[in-house]
Design a protein around this ligand. Structure first.
Ligand SMILES: [Zn+2]
Length: 413
């Protein structure tokens, strides 16, 4: 009997607002069909591999592997959902793992257990995407990534929207290459395994690729907002979706960040759109009191002079209804048409050209054209998080997974 992958390896992104997360707050799940006789063997190989490749003993390195047989129980699935939107404790994770008859190996503080079990429990039955990750050879780690930028731009033009989040045309920024010394050369995101593979073949890569793997993921699915529950109060480090009315005029602080107050059922909520969000923050800056909006973001706690306050860092905005922007204007002179001036409190208006005056004319309210339209707004691509759903994915959401096991996913050159 052989061991068989029943799914692509999964990369599951969890609550992006967790302060002590690993970068990107991701975990990997492998789903395998294993004959009983091989189960212990697979467990041992997995644990050995994690011990070999993790920097165990480094600070904030808490890797973990969990093993579950059969379909994830409803308790595990609930924990998964919670890990997308809240802070899940190690204790709760261990309890859930025990109740599901799972086993685990964990190192450091055991924080890795949370992500590991949450990843196993998220089987991506609904919306999902794919990412092809290509890895670097050891001798190139830390050196600039030699992937030709022009080929990325060309690939993006040829394969989008089958692929997404490769290139930010507005800011002329290539997004497939991470920065830093990690072993990932590039990551290509797309709707199907075929799309990311075709895109990969269009790239001009000028360094050896150690290997590449296609993962099935929740990237670009805004799973964290879909799982966000309405709550009676804001909670730090949780994603939130709020409907409300703009309460105060937006303000801009140094650094280009834009702040906004929203009147929601929670009371007045402070929101922030940060500078890197590009045009998004400019739209936020154009809102006025009375506009009806739905905001999507992550709740962050800020402590200034020992006083703590909560701010929603905006990740998405739907403008539902614009309020009328009215300004009061002095009336025009009925005789000569010139704009009249106030003759004093309660005295009416007076024309400075023909001296006509009247206490019967009054100010008029005039509607100003708004330079923003109702609709959906998201930050510039360069500011997207892994879970951000890019514009190109709206309408492409998948209802279910066809369950086709991977073909030719693994490739060792
Ligand atoms: Zn006049």
């Amino acid at each position: 009997m052989r061991i068989r992958f029943t799914d692509y390896p999964n990369i599951i992104r969890l609550n992006p607002n967790i302060p002590y997360k690993t970068r990107g707050n991701a975990a990997v799940a492998l789903r395998l069909e294993v004959p009983d006789a091989e189960y212990e063997n697979v467990r041992e190989i997995s644990i050995q591999t994690v011990e070999d490749i993790s920097e165990i003993g480094e600070q904030a390195t808490d890797p973990a592997v969990v093993f579950l047989r059969g379909k994830p129980s409803s308790a595990v699935r609930r924990l998964s959902r919670k890990a997308l939107t809240e802070v899940v404790s190690v204790r709760e994770t261990v309890r859930t793992l025990r109740s599901s008859c799972g086993s685990a190996a964990s190192y450091g503080m055991g924080l890795g257990l949370v992500g590991a079990l949450a990843a196993v429990g998220e089987n991506l039955e609904e919306d999902h995407t794919y990412e092809l990750i290509a890895y670097r050879c050891r001798q190139n780690l830390g050196k600039p990534r030699r992937v030709d930028d022009d080929s990325v731009v060309k690939m993006d033009g040829l394969t989008s929207p089958g692929t997404f989040s490769s290139y930010d045309a507005r800011n002329k920024r290539v997004l497939i290459k991470p920065h830093g010394p990690d072993p990932v050369l590039l990551g290509l995101r797309g709707e199907t395994p075929e799309a990311v593979h075709a895109a990969f073949r269009l790239l001009r890569i000028q360094e050896p690729v150690e290997r590449w793997v296609v993962f099935r993921t929740n990237h670009g699915t805004e799973a964290h907002f879909k799982a966000a529950k309405p709550r009676a109060s804001l909670r730090a480090n949780c994603p939130v979706v709020l409907h409300g009315v703009v309460y105060g005029w937006p303000s801009r602080i140094s650094g280009g960040h834009v702040f906004l107050e929203l009147l929601a059922s929670h009371g007045v909520v402070r929101c922030a759109a940060f500078e890197p969000t590009g045009r998004f923050k400019e739209v936020v800056a154009k809102l006025i009191p009375g506009d009806q909006v739905t905001i999507f973001g992550g709740v962050k706690e800020r402590v200034v002079e020992r006083r703590s306050s909560l701010t929603v860092n905006l990740e998405k905005l739907i403008i539902e209804r614009l309020s009328d922007d009215l300004v009061a204007e002095n009336p025009r002179c009925p005789r000569c048409g010139k704009r009249m001036k106030s003759a004093g409190q309660g005295q009416g208006f007076r024309c400075s050209r023909c001296a006509y005056s009247s206490s019967k004319v009054s100010k008029r309210f005039v509607r100003i054209n708004r330079s923003v339209l109702p609709g959906l707004y998201i930050p510039d691509k360069k500011a997207h998080r892994h879970l951000t759903k890019p514009f190109s994915r709206y309408g492409l959401e998948k209802r279910r997974w066809d369950g086709k096991p991977p073909v030719g996913t693994w490739h060792m050159p």
